[in-house]
Structure formats: structure tokens, C-alpha cells
Design a binder for this molecule. Structure first.
Ligand code: ATP
Ligand code: MG
Length: 271
């Protein structure tokens, strides 16, 4: 990982700031799916019933992400960012709406097929790491590869490489409870990236990390984006991190509003 790779947005990105969340990305990035989209969510709604009250968290969110695109999602605490990301990743069902991942309607698949699609196409970084407590860091990171029946030696070698890249080369045999909060989060990022997914959905991936470690984790995601065309959808409160994505969308009143990052940096909201 070199310093140059930690730099700002890619050349030419400044000109790419569609002003609506559902604006069509450039056809040049076509990736085999309809319209070249790796992720296409349409009119996603989610309500939670709490006794007599129905809480409408998502009220028609739209999102189209092309192969190789980087998108940040920002929004107030409780605005529904985690809820949305989990629906996009097939971890929770929407009340209404449709989510296509690599061209497949993830919520219409049975559980097994949904699991396969997730393993094949999505790397998910949870807001809270969700590492398996009884396994070591190395085993946790190798797990998605073992699930897809990769040879054990290869899975372990790849997991070690990823852990080294997030600075955990000396913590391979540690169990999650023997890692610090930031180390757990870095291991969780390594686990999400180990399969070289088509798209990474990351929920505050650097939330528990200090500046140096946040930089390291984010640099790894950017490398994957650059080298393999992995799309990134990152929920973050970190404006520096958000500014290095191509689009910044704000979740507000249950919908994703698009805006360019200068508006966010200036603390302005535009509709
Ligand atoms: N299972 C649930 N049952 C009832 N309400 C829920 C459930 N999950 C989430 N909510 C509510 O939905 C709203 C959005 O929650 P969510 O976790 O998506 O917010 P968030 O934008 O990720 O917030 P934060 O930035 O604090 O992580 C919150 O008001 C929360 O209380
Ligand atoms: Mg959240």
C-alpha cells in the first residue's frame, strides 16, 4: 500500500456528481447486469410496528450503483442508514420495493440462493463487527472463502494477506474478545473484502478507528475499488472519508437525496 494510493478522488471524478440518487450512472461502466448496475434499489420502504405505532423508517429510497462506483451515505443518527444497508445486502426484508444485486432480485430468492448471492457478490461490513467469538481472527476472515468451498490452505493464505494489509499480521490467532474494538473492526473489514466481492456495503467501517487505522482500512477499500472495480457503498459520519467517494447521498425522511460533496462540506443541505 503506498501513500499515492491514499490520495483523493480519482481523476475525472469531480465531473461526476449526479444530483439525484436514482440518476443513471455512466454506461461506460457497464458490468454485465441490466444497465451496468451492480446494485439497483427501487422505492424501498420499511416500517416497524411498535404496539399501536407504525414507524416508517424508509419511505421510498432509490439507489443505483454501477460497477466500480463509490457512494457515501450520510444522515442523522436514527435516519435509517443501517436499516437501508441491511435491506440492500439481503439481511433484512423491505416492507415494499425491490433490490437487484448483480441483476438478481435478492428478496425474491429463497434463503439458500440469497446466501449464495451474498457470498458471491457482496462484502458486508457491519456497524458492530459480528465476528464469531469462538474463532480466531484468521478463521473469521477465511470463513467466507471456506463457505464457498475454497481450499483451506488458499483461504488461510488469503485471510492472512488481508489481515496483514489492515495491520493485524501479529494478531492472527487472537479471538475477537482478545482484540481491541478497532482491531475487531479491521478484522471485520478484512472479512468483507476477502472474497473480492462485486460490491462492498460498509456501515461506519471506520467508526471505531483512530485516524491512522481509519486511513489504512479505507485505503484498502479504495485499492479494491481501483484494482478490481469493486463498487463501494459506505455509510459514514466521517466527512473526509465521504469526500473521497464519487457521490454523497443523504438519507433524510426515509429517502436518499443526492448532493455533491462541496455542499456537505459547507454544511448545507440541498434538495
Ligand atoms: N427492529 C426494529 N424495530 C423497531 N424499530 C427499529 C428497528 N430497527 C431500527 N428501528 C428504528 O429505525 C430507525 C432507524 O434505525 P437505524 O439503525 O437504521 O438508524 P441509523 O441511521 O443507522 O442510525 P445510527 O447513525 O445511529 O447508526 C431508528 O429510529 C430505530 O429505532
Ligand atoms: Mg446505523
Amino acid at each position: 500500500m503506498n501513500e499515492a494510493s491514499l490520495g483523493g478522488p480519482h481523476p475525472g471524478n469531480a465531473s461526476r456528481a449526479p444530483d439525484a440518487a436514482h440518476a443513471s450512472p455512466e454506461p461506460a461502466r457497464a458490468s454485465g447486469e441490466p444497465g451496468g448496475l451492480v446494485l439497483h434499489a427501487t422505492d424501498v420502504r420499511k416500517s416497524f410496528r411498535q404496539g399501536p405505532v407504525t414507524l416508517e423508517v424508509l419511505r421510498g429510497a432509490n439507489l443505483a450503483v454501477a460497477g466500480g462506483e463509490r457512494v457515501a451515505i450520510v444522515g442523522a443518527s436514527g435516519s435509517g442508514k443501517t436499516t437501508l444497508l441491511q435491506i440492500l445486502g439481503g439481511l433484512d426484508r423491505p416492507t415494499a420495493g425491490r433490490v437487484l444485486v448483480a441483476g438478481e432480485d435478492i428478496h425474491r430468492l429463497d434463503e439458500q440462493a440469497r446466501g449464495r448471492l451474498r457470498n458471491r457478490a457482496i462484502g458486508f461490513v457491519y456497524q458492530f463487527h459480528h465476528l464469531l467469538p469462538e474463532f480466531s481472527a484468521l478463521e473469521n476472515v477465511a470463513m467466507p472463502l471456506l463457505v464457498r468451498r475454497a481450499p483451506v490452505a488458499e483461504a488461510r493464505a488469503r485471510a492472512r494477506e488481508l489481515l496483514e494489509r489492515v495491520g493485524l499480521g501479529e494478531r492472527l490467532t487472537h479471538r475477537p474478545h482478545q482484540l481491541s474494538g478497532g482491531e475487531r473492526q479491521r478484522a471485520a473489514v478484512a472479512r468483507a473484502l476477502v472474497t473480492q466481492p462485486r460490491i462492498v456495503l460498509a456501515d461506519e467501517p471506520t467508526g471505531n478507528l483512530d485516524g491512522t487505522n481509519a486511513e489504512q482500512v479505507f485505503a484498502l477499500m479504495l485499492e479494491l475499488n481501483r484494482e478490481r472495480g469493486t463498487s463501494l457503498v459506505v455509510v459514514t459520519h466521517d466527512t473526509r472519508l465521504a469526500a473521497r467517494m464519487e457521490r454523497i447521498l443523504t438519507l433524510e425522511q426515509g429517502m436518499l437525496l443526492g448532493e455533491g460533496y462541496p455542499a456537505v462540506e459547507a454544511g448545507r443541505r440541498t434538495r
